[in-house]
Design a protein around this ligand. Structure first.
Ligand code: ARG
Ligand code: ZN
Length: 473
């Protein structure tokens, strides 16, 4: 690599780290990367001392045997991780849960490793790792897969299904299928090379590079060149029918519909997916150009009970309804391109995605955004709904109704206060100014004030920080 090239990369990494505030991390034991990235909701998630640039995941997966009554699959994998230490490192951690690491190499040489608790893979390289240089960590690992649950009891992570897996990591499920720096602050590019029994399909992020079948197994190679948080990675597997198209000019779309969907869910999902192009254009007009190399939707006949905005390839349980599809597509800008730095800021994702879905529904002649807002405001003041603090809902209420609905209502009230021109200018500036970064509510508040020239402290305190119903808008 030329000196000029290297300087550019280090400069870019440094800029990203400064932007993410990683340099402000409290000092840990010198040379040792801490076991958490400092999120108060998920203290062990993510690590400190390095920044991942790229994950290259080679997975070999065998779903449950036909007719097996326990849903467990088999995963054998190699993760090749390119990282840049932010200080000299003698030891560092990756997050890995429920799977066994078999060997670890750092820069081509065997490294010592052990798994501590059920979350930390602690790696001690032979030689200390030099800061601000590329290093490559190769982890061979594997084990039996199951159906993991998050802190609220919802299925997430690598969820084994009868004929594959639904892979949806939000918030901290990525370590159930690969060793990872599991913090939304550390975005990286990805490549997936996934081998499954012939006949099954693999729907991962980005663009499909190749597919080849050998001895009854098919290897799917996906390339995801856009910076991505680990909770947005997927490699969903099933008996899918793949459909490719191009929408909104030149955006490649790759959809996967489960062959086992009941006819009604299939036709409803098909009708929704036929609107993808119109939806992309609708949100491009409001938020700016679609930010990634591709889009698409995967509809599995099994269910985790929700949909997820997995980057460039949203995943749906059983059916893709029009309002949910609009919500997940809007997340590609709001949540994926501009993402939260801390999980407490989740309303920035869900409030925007929900409000986007209100706008889409209104444009189709359905419930207007004003009517949807009025419905939220019709919830009685003594209802528990109003006790959620939207700007800090607590770990176990990350996906509470209020995060979505009061979050969306906040944006509607803001639009009323700013007027359409300023409000949509704010939406575009939000993506334009913070695209590729991990952000905070504070940054959003400041940008809203900058765009409008108004003091919005009382407004945001009332809508986002108070555990009571706002008196008026
Ligand atoms: N972000 C998803 C959505 O917009 C919801 C994810 C819920 N995840 C969970 N582990 N409960 O619909
Ligand atoms: Zn959402």
């Amino acid at each position: 690599m030329s000196v000029r090239h290297r300087r550019t990369i280090v400069g870019a990494v440094l800029a990203a780290l400064l932007a993410s505030g990683a340099s402000a991390a409290p000092a840990a034991t010198p040379g040792v990367g801490a076991p958490g990235a400092g999120d108060p909701y998920f203290p062990l998630a993510g690590n400190r001392g390095y920044d991942v640039q790229h994950y290259d995941l080679t997975l070999d997966y065998t779903p449950p045997r036909a007719g097996a009554d326990r849903l467990t699959g088999r995963l054998d994998a190699v993760a090749k991780i390119r990282m840049v230490p932010t200080r000299r490192l003698t030891r560092f951690n990756l997050d890995l849960r429920g799977l066994r690491a078999r060997s670890v190499r750092v820069d081509g040489r065997p490294a010592r490793f052990r798994q501590v608790g059920d979350h930390e893979l602690v790696i001690t390289p032979i030689a200390s790792m030099r800061p601000w240089k590329w290093h490559t960590v190769v982890v061979r690992y594997g084990g039996a897969t199951g159906r993991p649950k998050d802190v609220e009891g919802a299925l997430y992570g690598w969820v084994t299904t009868r004929d594959g897996a639904i892979v949806v990591n939000e918030p901290d499920g990525a370590p159930t299928w690969f060793p990872v720096n599991d913090t939304p602050k550390d975005k990286a590019t990805y490549r997936f090379e996934v081998t499954v029994p012939q006949g099954l399909s693999v729907a991962a992020n980005g663009l499909l590079k190749s597919r080849r079948t050998h001895h009854g197994r098919t290897t799917w190679v996906w390339d995801a060149p856009d910076q991505m948080a680990s909770y947005l990675a997927t490699a969903t597997i099933g008996d899918f029918r793949m459909r490719r198209s191009t929408v909104a000019g030149d955006l490649p779309v790759i959809d996967f519909l489960d062959r086992d969907l009941p006819a009604e869910d299939r036709s409803r999902s098909r009708a929704t997916l036929a609107l993808t192009g119109e939806m992309v254009t609708f949100f491009e007009e409001r938020f700016g150009p679609y930010p990634f190399v591709a889009y698409g939707s995967t509809v599995d006949d099994d269910s985790v009970g929700y949909a997820l905005e997995t980057q460039t390839r949203s995943v749906f349980s059983k059916v893709a309804s029009e309002s949910t599809a609009a919500h997940e597509l809007a997340h590609q800008w709001m949540g994926n391109r501009v993402g939260p730095r801390r999980w407490s800021d989740i309303w920035l994702n869900e409030g925007w995605a929900e409000y986007s879905s209100w706008l889409w529904t209104e444009s189709r002649g359905g419930t207007t955004s004003q009517e949807a807002f009025d419905e939220v405001l019709a919830i009685p003041a003594d209802d528990d709904f109003w006790t959620t603090v939207v700007s800090d809902p607590g770990r176990d209420d990350l996906f509470a109704d209020a995060v979505y609905e009061r979050g969306a209502a906040t944006l509607h009230a803001l639009r009323h206060r700013l007027g359409d021109a300023q409000f949509f200018q704010l939406a575009k500036s939000w993506i334009g100014a913070y695209g590729g970064q991990a952000v905070t509510t504070e940054q959003f508040r400041r940008l809203a004030e900058a765009v409008s020239g108004q003091d919005l402290d009382a407004f945001f305190d009332t809508w986002l920080d108070a555990p009571v119903k706002p008196a008026s808008r």
